[in-house]
Design a protein around this ligand. Structure first.
Ligand SMILES: *Cc1c(COP(=O)(O)O)cnc(C)c1O
Length: 432
């Protein structure tokens, strides 16, 4: 329990009053209710909306001239945003670009690195991964005539929540493992893996280390270049608040510059000669080579705006408040939702309790999690359910307050005490 924790609402109100980031909230159009789903889709900010509006105005006024005359010019939007994101992942500007979607970036980076390896190379992942990561890697094996069941090696979890890093390291002793591909933060439990440690252990075994930062970018600081990580991908519609389907990002360590991208396209061509329209592809000399088609300006502009606030606040202050909020949430679950005996008390925290091992959200487990999530959402507490038994709550440091966290937990308590969740059914169709 955090020092000073008190279970009543006045304590939460006091924390809100003392919160140095409370002013950020007014920059967002947070949907009505208590929005605890920013790890799935961050809300619109005034900055993101302005940048999008500007891009639309420039399209209206400049037409094709926007490629060179818009502010910023669209032609180098991918590189520009890469430069702005580089500090968030701790990389050199040339190592970062925004392009494509996360899934496509996994395809092209895994494909590219596989192309550079000998036959029989295997990739190490884990069983709690976000599924698209496995779908993409399996497809890359299939395209090379390799049985994905042979190529993909999956580290199992002991408890269905977390991945034991020692087990990952031991698995890399298999000499056919050539690439490690892990999430920074597990999408369900919120466990934060030790990127530095895993990368070092990988390199000691001549294994390349790649990471999916979808659940940490914008809420956990990274030092990819310092840790010598080989490559990474992430999306920008979660903690970066760039909007649904916003352009994704990627990092490639400069020591790998010059490889031929598996999914080549003219937007990854060396910029200076792109419009010479040569039929032979000369990839850009940096991470820009992994762009494929024309940068989707309308899916990139909101990111340019959303980054203003993140830069202003700084990732360290964001992380500090995030940890304060998630620690408070964990304390409240313990205090109000009990000890795992029955009813409301059937709750347990599935997220590591050590703040150093935690991303930006908290997983609360309950046998009736699916129906509780529906009842919460209907009552105005926006959360999501992840099978089989997890409600994810994400108090986002830029727009969530302590009193909101308190209210959300009381709402949960009320729903379980009254049995209000029992009238929902467990139909798993649709987006949750
Ligand atoms: C959200 C998320 C993705 C999303 O991929 P898209 O291509 O943007 O749909 C990928 N991986 C992880 C770990 C995620 O959390």
């Amino acid at each position: 329990m955090d020092e000073g924790f008190e279970p009543d609402r006045t304590y939460a109100e006091r924390r809100d009053r003392d919160d140095p980031l409370s002013w950020c909230r007014e920059r967002f159009a947070v949907p009505d209710g208590i929005y605890l789903d920013g790890n799935s889709l961050g809300p619109l900010s005034a900055d993101a909306e302005r940048a999008l509006d500007d891009a639309v105005d420039e399209w209206r006024e400049l037409g094709i001239g926007g490629w060179t005359d818009a502010d910023p010019p669209w032609f180098r939007y991918g590189e520009r945003l890469g430069d702005r994101l580089a500090p968030l992942v701790g990389a050199r500007e040339s190592e970062v670009v925004v392009a494509n979607s996360t899934t496509v970036n996994i395809h092209t980076l895994i494909g590219t690195f596989l192309d550079g390896l000998d036959d029989g190379a295997k990739i190490l992942v884990n069983e709690l991964d976000f599924p698209t990561d496995h779908y993409a890697i399996r497809a890359q094996f299939r395209q090379r005539g390799i049985d994905p069941d042979e190529g993909l090696v999956v580290v199992e979890s002991d408890d269905g929540r977390t991945i034991d890093e020692e087990r990952v390291v031991r698995a890399m002793d298999d000499e056919n493992i050539e690439i490690l591909f892990m999430p920074s933060v597990l999408y369900r439990s919120g466990q934060l893996l030790d990127v530095e440690y895993l990368t070092r252990a990988a390199h000691e075994r001549d294994v390349l280390a790649g990471f999916d930062l979808a659940h940490s970018i914008g809420v956990v600081p990274h030092a990819l270049s310092n840790h010598d990580v080989d490559f990474a991908v992430w999306c920008s519609y979660k903690y970066l608040n760039a909007g649904p389907g916003a352009i994704a990002g990627l990092y490639v360590n400069q020591k790998h510059f010059g490889a031929t991208p598996a999914l080549a396209g003219w937007w990854g061509h060396e910029k200076a000669t792109q419009f010479e329209m040569n039929s032979m592809f000369t990839p850009a000399a940096d991470a820009g080579a992994y762009q494929i088609g024309t940068v989707p300006v309308l899916a990139a502009a909101p990111l340019d705006g959303a980054l203003d606030l993140i830069e202003e606040v700084g990732i360290d202050a964001i992380r500090e408040k995030s940890l304060a909020l998630t620690s408070y949430l964990v304390d409240l679950v313990d205090e109000r939702l009990g000890d795992g005996t029955d009813g409301a008390d059937d709750c347990s925290v599935g997220t590591p309790r050590d703040p150093e091992r935690r991303g930006g959200h908290v997983a609360i487990e309950h046998p009736d999690a699916e129906r509780i999530a529906q009842a919460l959402t209907e009552s105005g507490v926006v959360v999501d359910f992840r099978p089989p038994n997890v409600v994810r709550m994400c108090p986002s440091p830029l727009y969530t307050g302590y009193a909101e966290v308190w209210d959300a937990i009381e709402r949960w308590r009320g729903i379980v005490d009254s049995g209000a969740y029992e009238r929902f059914d467990t139909d798993r169709s649709g987006v949750t």
